[in-house]
Design a protein around this ligand. Structure first.
Ligand SMILES: Cc1cc2nc3c(=O)[nH]c(=O)nc-3n(C[C@H](O)[C@H](O)[C@H](O)COP(=O)(O)OP(=O)(O)OC[C@H]3O[C@@H](n4cnc5c(N)ncnc54)[C@H](O)[C@@H]3O)c2cc1C
Length: 379
């Protein structure tokens, strides 16, 4: 049984109550970053729960971060503005040297430095990460980085970025080799960040890197093994995204139930009709099933066992449950669901992302088909 962190949940709920629907609606309309919210989370120590105590964090397990993000989403907010600090941390914690941890972690934990950007995706390579073309060539005590990244969220609101770049040519035999991970300071000369406007308020960007100098000391782990290093962190990311979807799912079920109990049409509340209550009940069942899968993945992680498959499955089930619940909630609200003031249409747009990013459902199905069921590889 994994810990559920009731005190943390209560504290997050209290903090989120200060940032109501009107706050998120205004930001959404202006595509603005929730600076005050992220500052409040940072000051309360919620963004440094995964950082070990010796570096100024709380040294809690992944379940604590999952609880925080779930509660943010259940409250109607959005953790996407800051969740990367929690999961990009993984690669530094696991593969960073003592000197690197000493250099960055205490300042991140204190809120003086933001590590909010994760630079992996490129337009041409898409999901096939081994085909990224951004390069880092070694010159003395530094690397020179050239390339272009797409969909890199929060880069305008971060000091540091975890970057994946090619340090050796791609070999057909081991396509994942030759990639390396770096910590890059986003104010380095040669970096240009261009915002990309999307259907949701996500602060995502395109990043151009032109002869950017990165100290060799910023290489995380072993040169050429970066793909493997980031894969470790990605399993944690899957669970945290699943937790956000779980929070979304619970938000939609809460809101749909409340509206169905209140709204009267034909002389009775709409929730008295089974045509209205059954979809809400189905959404609840699916969301709770996702919660169990997240717990299972978390318990494997806490036991120190491999949890990649379970984390991916939990993320898929939770994102689909949240999307089903979003649709049911919208339908339950009738026309009101489309009005901005109810926050349903905003959350509906936000919940959809997690079937595409950070990994699309097809790629999870492909992993399960080939790695769990032993079916032939298609790529
Ligand atoms: C708002 C937003 C924020 C993001 N933030 C970040 C970020 O901070 N950092 C970062 O690095 N990336 C980020 N991403 C990128 C995200 O991870 C990718 O968009 C996602 O992994 C899908 O890659 P793609 O867009 O290139 O799709 P493609 O690879 O072009 O795929 C398109 C579709 O085809 C399907 N597909 C492709 N190949 C196969 C196959 N062999 N079999 C079956 N189906 C297949 C995919 O599942 C997908 O549905 C973000 C994306 C968005 C939209």
């Amino acid at each position: 049984m994994v810990e559920s962190f009731p005190e943390i949940r209560e504290a997050v709920r209290k903090l989120c109550a200060e940032f109501d629907g009107a706050y998120w609606r205004t930001l959404d309309r202006e595509r603005a970053y929730p600076t005050a919210f992220v500052q409040a989370l940072t000051q309360a120590g919620f963004l440094s729960v995964l950082i070990p105590e010796e570096y100024g964090g709380s040294g809690l397990p992944l379940g604590a971060a999952a609880a925080i993000l779930e509660e943010i989403h259940r409250s109607g907010g959005n953790g996407a503005a800051c969740h990367a600090q929690m999961y990009t941390m993984g690669v530094v914690l696991k593969h960073g040297s003592k000197a690197q941890k000493d250099q960055w972690l205490p300042r991140i934990a204190a809120g003086e430095l933001r590590l909010q950007a994760f630079g992996v995706t490129e337009e041409k390579a898409g999901t096939d990460t081994t085909r990224i073309e951004t390069t880092a060539r070694r010159e003395g005590d530094r690397y020179i980085v050239n390339g272009r990244k797409l969909w890199i969220s929060r880069a305008e609101h971060s000091d540091l970025m975890v970057l994946l770049a090619r340090t050796a040519p791609r070999e057909e035999a081991r396509p994942g080799d030759g990639l390396s991970v770096f910590i890059v300071e986003l104010n380095s000369p040669g970096i240009v960040v261009r915002p990309v406007r999307t259907m949701l308020n996500h602060a995502t960007t395109e990043i151009f890197l032109d002869e950017v100098e990165v100290p060799a000391a910023n290489l995380i782990g072993i040169e050429g093994k970066g793909f493997r290093h980031i894969l470790d962190g990605m399993n944690a990311e899957r669970i945290l995204i699943a937790a956000e979807s779980l929070g979304d799912g619970r938000f939609f079920v809460d809101r749909a139930s409340a509206y169905a109990k209140d709204r009267e049409v034909f002389g009775r509340v709409i929730g008295a009709n089974q045509g209205v209550q059954f979809p809400i009940a189905r959404a609840y069942v699916q969301v709770e099933a996702a919660a169990r899968m997240i717990e299972q993945a978390l318990s494997l992680d806490e036991a120190g066992e491999a949890f990649g498959t379970e984390a991916n499955m939990a993320k898929m089930v939770a994102s689909e449950a949240a999307w089903f619940a979003a649709d049911v909630c919208l339908q339950t609200h009738g026309g009101a669901g489309f009005a901005e003031e109810y926050d349903i249409e905003r959350k509906f747009r936000e919940a959809r992302l997690y079937q595409t990013a950070p990994i699309s459902t097809n790629l999870i199905l492909s992993h399960v088909a080939t790695h769990v069921l032993g079916l032939p590889k298609s790529f």
